[in-house]
Design a protein around this ligand. Sequence first.
Ligand SMILES: Nc1nc2c(c(=O)[nH]1)N[C@@H](CN(C=O)c1ccc(C(=O)N[C@@H](CCC(=O)O)C(=O)O)cc1)CN2
Length: 291
Amino acid sequence: MTAGLIDGKAVAARVRAALKDDVSAFIARTGVQPGLATVLVGGDPASEVYVANKRKSTVASGMADLHQHLPEDASQAEVESLLRRLAADPQVSGILLQLPVPAQLNAAPLIDLIPFEKDVDGLTTLSVGRLAQQKPGLRPCTPAGVIELLDAYDVPIEGANVVVIGRSELVGRPVAQLLVNRNATVTIAHSRTRNLAEVCRAADIVVAAVGVKGLITAEHIKPGATVIDVGIHRGPEGLSGDVDFGPAAEVAGLITPVPGGVGPMTIAMLLVNTLRAAELQYELAGAAATA
Ligand SMILES: Nc1nc2c(c(=O)[nH]1)N[C@@H](CN(C=O)c1ccc(C(=O)N[C@@H](CCC(=O)O)C(=O)O)cc1)CN2
């Protein structure tokens, strides 16, 4: 392997340590303990693990765990009613609906019930619009984590040619938007892109978020490029990503592993967003009281 490893676990641990201090300072200043309501519908095994980790990390950082669990067969109206209640509850600083939701539910209108100041996943229509317009707001966790990793390893973003492979609302589109907002030149590649390897080889930074195990190989990587792998696939040999790690690491300059790369940043940035949400609500309440 010639590439340097981007250690997401170490960066996430640093972000979380700094956040813990910031949470203590916020509580001391305001008397308010930030609280995160994770909403899990059903029992998808991977989601159960992710939500359990989110809850544990929330408590470890000094914030309140306000988790809600609904049964697998919950109706759209039941989830709506829970989200409306959480939206109105002043104890709840942040709300997230764990994805994917069971097939009988339509996630988009449910997510849009989350007020923008509690939208710690940054996935509501309002948050997406605010990101596009470069207005302040809460940014989606995995994309924000990708930017944090690039910054932690001093990878220049401004003026860089970046290829994002994947156009999902959770990762591909928002990470492309965040990179554009940092003055990168961004290409979004997807399943209909012609000559994917050639397109990727023009990139200084490749962000693989396509959901196809091992799709990105050494032939997609320009020598010395930075490779960020957002994919997570469970197989008999354990976890792997969208990037065929061994061969790609022979060509890349820097590369994230799976596990231990982008994944840990998702939860770290969720915690950061939860404190930001609490700060935002405190400011909004103060502004309303003096109006
Ligand atoms: N509402 C949301 N749903 C989902 C999101 C999200 O950001 N918001 N992202 C993913 C899942 N996810 C968080 O929810 C998530 C994925 C991976 C990790 C992580 O730490 N991965 C580790 C490996 C952990 C393991 O053993 O499985 C790693 O890559 O090192 C954290 C969170 C979909 N749903």
